[in-house]
Ligand binder design. Sequence first.
Ligand SMILES: Nc1nc2c(c(=O)[nH]1)N[C@H]1C(S)=C(S)[C@@H](COP(=O)(O)O)O[C@H]1N2
Ligand SMILES: [Mo]
Length: 420
Amino acid sequence: MDRYPPPGARGIAGRWRSPLRGPWLTSVYGAVLLAGLPLVIITGLLDYAAYSPQFGQAFPGDVGWLRLPPFDWPTRPSWLFRVTQGLHVTLGIILIPVVLAKLWSVIPKLFDWPPARSLAQVLERLSLLLLVGGILFQIGTGLLNIQYAYLFGFDFYTAHYFGAWVFTAAFVVHVALRLPRLVSALRSRPLRRELHTPTIRPEPPDPDGLVPARPDTATISRRGALTLVGGLSVLLAALTVGQTLDGVWRRTALLLPRGRQPGEGPNGFPVNRSAAAAGVQMTDGWRLTVRGKDREVTLGRAQLLAMRQHTVRLPIGCVEGWSTLQTWTGVRLRDLAALVGVSAPDSAHVRSLERAGLFNQATLQANQVLDGDSLLALRVNGADLSLDHGYPARVIVPALPGVHCTKWVADIVFRTGSDA
Ligand SMILES: Nc1nc2c(c(=O)[nH]1)N[C@H]1C(S)=C(S)[C@@H](COP(=O)(O)O)O[C@H]1N2
Ligand SMILES: [Mo]
């Protein structure tokens, strides 16, 4: 069977004749991914945990035995979510050229013949299928999400979450199988020397068949290939990082459409969902309802402004990767809890005037309610909140994912023990 591949199989594999290919180049890309991908995986899982899945409000809600160990997402440092989410999205994007380059470097393996030599080889190829399919799936769904191309509705979260576990499992298997070969390949030629070599010396034939049997003449050196891939990553980084910076830098975030030109003035920062899109109109007679176990009060904006005001500088970090740092003024959530006789709330349930939409309510943990910087914000940067930013009142809590910083708040229920 070995000697009789189907017509063309050997021919196809033989077509990939770049003299650059070989264990060394594959291992350089592999080492970069080995350093970067665990960070993308970990920050991704942390982002899921930041949504307080213990309240059933993370997407997807029920993940069966793939549940993460439950813990309360901290409120300190206040930039925690900004960093985990920003890293997840930015690093995920920056690594795309490296992923593609590594796939290019192992293309001949896809035409391995015979396809099933032994059980071990079948299992390995299966894990490669999950590895390659998994990462392309995660890149595709992730990119579509930050472009607001919700082609698949909110199943994005479900797909991306389970896709992450499939990919992670395949990644762990792959690293366990290949790490020794990666190390020995990297040792076979020092990086520094290779970077100083403008010409190509094909690597010696390798057991994996990455090195072509009949190498073509080179059109680019290994140094050139690495520079090209690294340059593309730097370019992507430059077009992405602006989303986490305020001011003019935001305009450079060409890959992330949200709020590149957020407007001028105190309310000139990105809007996730405008009041018009949320179907919220100015409500003159607006009153906030605050409820505790056996007390309820309603407050107008003037009454809220007459309470003790607190000013904090806190970020909004969105799941799509953008973030912004602003100065908020309003009433502490724990003061509102005390007002209805709840000194030690276990959670708070916040609802918006917005009728529909997945983000019209949120449950906050005890530590998030009790933090002295957690506000029902009425003003931002010294001005009244604009309607798009949640006027008459919105939630702002340190390190809380933006999606739970509910805008146009209508009522808050502080819960304890049995009714939590
Ligand atoms: N009622 C309501 N609140 C909401 C949202 C929403 O769609 N509806 N979007 C949330 C999301 S996803 C983010 S990132 C922040 C963004 O706040 P901003 O629009 O003021 O920047 O608002 C949050 N609050
Ligand atoms: Mo968001």
